[in-house]
Design a protein around this ligand. Structure first.
Ligand code: ATP
Length: 915
């Protein structure tokens, strides 16, 4: 890489950044560890452009258009048009051509819009980066980074640009995207020889790679297409899978139907010839059947239903990253959720302190630093040991609490913010405390370690290390109390237990004076020798909406399991409040899981719903164990190490607010609000999408089969009058129905309302075929109805007209118009019945989907034109119908309503008996 040189930069910056001292790179980019000024960043953005890769080139417009034309059916139609024109039926030929064009346009618009919806999926989770601007730490969209920016990296971050490291602590970066090497590379800051290959540039971190552990500060040296990732981005273009198991299943079904119908068409052609049809009529009948009966629009309808599901989920704050998640969500049987922040509010407040001098309570609400310290229900001044417990909590913390617009808001970890609020209540001014006890170094909190430590200079000129973390972890490092006496571990454990049993999150604090002054903290410095200061107990109440959502999931046959890093008793107490656990239940801990074999684990995961002190690697085993029992598992996660479990789960769920970039990348959906209730909402939307898909199938397929039946019966049995075949429909008329009803009737079902029992029925089996018994039976039943009704009306109309002396060709036109109108009306009534799979239209809400009525209105208007407009009479060979004939058609078509009502009643009776 050559340095993207700033024109203001000094001349020695001709070497690549990895070969220079970090300070020289900073100088070359006219930057400093304070970060750029915002105005300067602005200026550079104008010069260097946004830090984005050139957008992936999706399928071009022409490409999509060609796909609409490059379809055997279209060629068949074009052939038919040519045939019609060649045999002197110029108008028919033109109509067929027009239909082909309109069809292609509709297909194009549908596919283009679906493609846009899919492309938008990846844009819904924009990357951000933490940078220093004007000396302040701010989070900005990664697209706004410029060369010279100072970025702060921590574990879980996606490196937002190519950067030269200036400071690092234990930084490891997974660079598989660039180097193919999946073992994280250790980083350092010293200069390297200029010719060091990319994979060995240990003082650089590259855009698109991931920090797996540690922290670092770095200066941006290249952005956008000038990064290493930009150079190879053509190879890395993200492709969002548009195919899902369902669309594949349906494409397969469509292929079978297509083959079957082509065979039937060929047989029809042969039969027609044998019966003495004119060859042209025989061919046209066969082609008409093929075109009318093959459900070519089906895969597009399915994609649209799924894309609408994506949009609805986004409106309910669940951002879908893979289209397939929409359908998988509908079949979820187990949801494994983190506790803190997802099931609970993550608004922590210290409620209880325990120091050598005894138990204390803190009053107050939220993060407002107003409250009193109570001892035996009396307000007291803090004794020394409580003061030090509070001080340790405030100093060993990275969050801040501020009043903004009258409200107390925090930045950083709520657990730590609560400790600061407690210190303010007990000690008063925390800012002064932090000034007088400046921090020299820190080991940040990580879930795996369960502790955090900080090194401070004391006002008296000495040093102290404060340690806070999970009690058992802190106790391992603290063997003595303040007086130097050995600790009574059992007594402390009992206190922890008592607090945890109330649902409090318990943190232990400890202090140590280093033997000699330290410049930095090493693992050794925090390995032992601490003095135990006491405990702080934090409340973090369940979210009320999570309690409701857990109940909703239970009603929907979905098990909810809580998987938390917190203490077992705390977890169990919260689990009870959420309705996840009963009085007799136990929490299974990570340590227990570790001892179990994979087989034993299967038994444990079936019964237990609360898992505590769980490490990310346990999550992966839990998912596998559940999957081995055939469960469809949704698993939440936020950390780097949760990524494997998220990938393994059927639905990986990442946290939009607190989640790391790595976890979001691995997930199928991202919760914009980190809230468990959002998962339940997504499940509901997933079920709705699946229902609507089945509704669309059950609506579309019968008409196709009906066409096949109508033509088969006509060609095989109907008389040949005066050398002309008595066909119930002309090819162009069939195309008319196909075209018009596809747009007006099939699409409204894609946005159908939710069935009232959507969250009261068990999850669908994931391997259940969409083309199930219900769809098959319905298809046959409705097709028989439509075909017999239509044929009957056609015959009655034709022969009664002929009987009163009307010319056969005029009678045929009227009878054919009647047949087309009948099919259309059947579809209208059947659409109303299709709105709910099992219930009546009234239970789903007569007006809950207004699009249905819009579609019907448009269709009826078009059909009226088809019957009565002279120009349509010429184009499609139709004839105006009398009011009486129309009424007959309406009455016959209405028959479908009672028939389907009875079918639904019998089906739900059978379902109840089976249950
Ligand atoms: P989950 O989201 O899995 O329900 P959790 O927040 O309860 O998570 P972790 O964040 O992994 O789990 O925390 C595990 C334990 O580490 C906590 O129970 C607590 O004892 C301790 N802990 C949590 N946050 C901090 C912190 N900021 N500093 C020190 N210790 C902490």
């Amino acid at each position: 890489m050559t340095l993207t040189r700033d024109p203001d930069a000094p001349p020695e910056a001709s070497l690549p950044p990895h070969a220079l001292e970090a300070s020289a790179v900073l100088a070359a980019f006219a930057s400093s560890l304070e970060g750029l000024r915002s105005s300067e960043a602005e200026r550079r953005r104008a010069r260097y452009g946004a830090n984005v890769l050139a957008p992936a080139r999706g399928d071009g417009v022409l490409h999509i258009l060609w796909r609409q034309i490059n379809n055997p059916l279209v060629f068949v139609l074009l052939g038919a048009a040519a045939l019609a024109i060649a045999t002197g039926k110029g108008i028919d030929g033109a109509v067929v051509l027009a239909v082909v064009v309109v069809n292609a346009i509709i297909g194009f618009v549908q596919e283009y819009r679906a493609g846009k919806a899919i492309a938008a999926l990846s844009a819904m989770t924009p990357d951000t980066a933490t940078v220093l601007r004007d000396g302040e730490k701010v989070t900005v969209p990664a697209a706004e980074l410029v060369p010279g920016d100072i970025v702060l990296l921590q574990s879980g971050d996606r490196v937002p640009a190519d950067v030269r490291l200036v400071v690092e602590r234990g930084l490891r970066v997974e660079e598989a995207a660039l180097t193919g090497e999946s073992v994280p590379a250790e980083k350092e800051t010293a200069p390297l020889p200029p010719d060091t290959p990319l994979g060995d540039r240990r003082n650089m971190a590259f855009a698109g790679t991931y920090v797996t552990s540690g922290v670092g500060t770095a200066v941006v040296v290249a952005t956008g297409m000038r990064t290493e990732l930009g150079r190879i981005s053509a190879m890395l273009r993200e492709t969002t899978e548009i195919e899902t198991p369902l669309t594949k299943q349906i494409a397969a079904v469509s292929r079978w139907i297509t083959v079957a119908i082509l065979i039937v068409s060929a047989l029809l052609f042969a039969t027609g010839l044998l019966r003495g049809y004119p060859a042209v009529d025989a061919i046209l009948a066969a082609i008409t059947l093929a075109v009318g009966a093959i459900p070519e629009g089906l895969p597009a309808v399915i994609t649209i239903v799924l894309a609408i599901g994506v949009r609805r989920m986004a409106a309910r704050r669940a951002i879908v990253r893979r289209l397939a998640a929409v359908e998988t969500l509908g079949s979820a049987t187990v949801i494994c959720s983190d506790k803190t922040g997802t099931l609970t509010r993550n608004e922590m407040m210290v409620q209880h302190l325990w120091a050598p001098s005894g138990h204390y309570r803190l009053t107050g609400t939220g993060y407002a630093p107003e409250g009193a310290l109570l001892h035996n229900d009396q307000s007291v001044a803090p004794p020394d040991d409580v003061a030090e417990l509070a001080r340790a909590g405030a100093l060993c913390s990275d969050s801040t609490v501020q009043q903004k617009d009258g409200k107390w808001v925090i930045t950083g970890d709520p657990t730590e913010a609560a400790l600061e609020v407690a210190a303010r209540k007990i000690l008063g001014d925390v800012a002064a405390l932090r000034r007088d006890w400046p921090r020299l170094d820190a080991i940040p909190f990580e879930s795996e370690r369960k502790f955090m430590a900080t090194l401070h200079a004391t006002p008296s000129g000495g040093q102290v290390i404060y340690l806070k973390g999970a009690p058992e972890v802190v106790l391992q490092r603290a063997a003595r109390d303040g007086a130097g006496a050995p600790l009574d571990a059992a007594q402390i454990a009992a206190q922890v237990e008592a607090l945890a049993a109330q649902g409090l999150r318990v943190l232990a604090l400890a202090a140590k004076v280093p033997a000699a002054p330290l410049a930095a903290l090493s693992e050794e410095d925090v390995a032992g020798g601490f003095v135990f200061l006491g405990l702080q107990g934090l409340i973090d109440p369940p979210r009320p909406e999570a309690i409701a959502a857990v109940a909703a999931c239970h009603g929907a046959g979905i098990t909810v399991k809580m998987i938390t890093g917190d203490h077992a008793s705390t977890a169990l107490a919260i689990g009870r409040q959420l309705g996840l656990a009963d009085a007799g239940d136990r929490a299974v801990t990570g340590a227990e899981l570790e001892r179990l074999s994979d087989d034993e684990m299967v038994d444990v995961v079936r019964t237990a719903n609360v898992f505590a002190r769980v490490a990310p690697e346990h999550k992966l085993r839990l998912v596998r164990a559940l999957q081995r029992q055939g469960e469809v598992v949704a698993m939440t996660g936020d950390g780097v190490n949760d990524a494997p479990a998220l990938k393994q789960a059927d639905i990986g769920v990442a946290m939009g607010i607190t989640g790391t970039d790595v976890s979001k990348e691995a997930a199928d959906i991202v919760l914009a609000d980190d809230n468990f209730a959002t998962i339940a909402a997504a499940v509901e939307e997933g079920r709705r999408a699946y229902d609507n898909l089945v509704k669309s199938l059950a609506f579309i397929l019968p008409t196709n089969l009906a066409f096949a039946l109508i033509f088969l019966v006509a060609v095989v049995f109907f008389p040949i009058e005066g050398g002309n075949a008595l066909l119930p429909m002309l090819p162009t008329q069939l195309l008319w129905i196909n075209l018009v009803s596809a747009v007006t009737l099939a699409l409204p079902l894609a946005v159908e309302a939710m069935e009232p029992d959507i969250m009261r029925r068990p999850p669908r089996r994931p391997d259940a075929p969409v083309f199930n018994r219900f769809v098959a039976f319905r298809t046959v039943l409705v097709a028989l109805l439509i075909a017999s009704g239509t044929l009957g009306l056609f015959l009655v109309q034709y022969f009664s007209e002929v009987g009163i002396g009307i010319a056969p060709d005029v009678a045929l036109r009227e009878a054919q118009t009647m047949a087309v109108t009948a099919v259309t009306l059947f579809q209208v009534f059947y659409l109303l019945q299709s709105r709910s799979l099992r219930d009546s239209i009234f239970s789903i809400g007569l007006f809950s989907n207004p699009w249905v009525y819009v579609g019907i209105g448009v269709l009826l208007a078009l059909q009226a034109g088809f019957i009565y407009l002279p120009v349509m009479n010429v184009l499609f060979g139709t004839a105006p119908l009398s009011l009486m004939s129309l009424l007959e058609a309406v009455l016959v078509a209405f028959l479908i309503v009672p028939v389907i009502t009875v079918e639904k009643a019998i089906a739900s009776r059978l379902a109840r008996e089976a249950a």
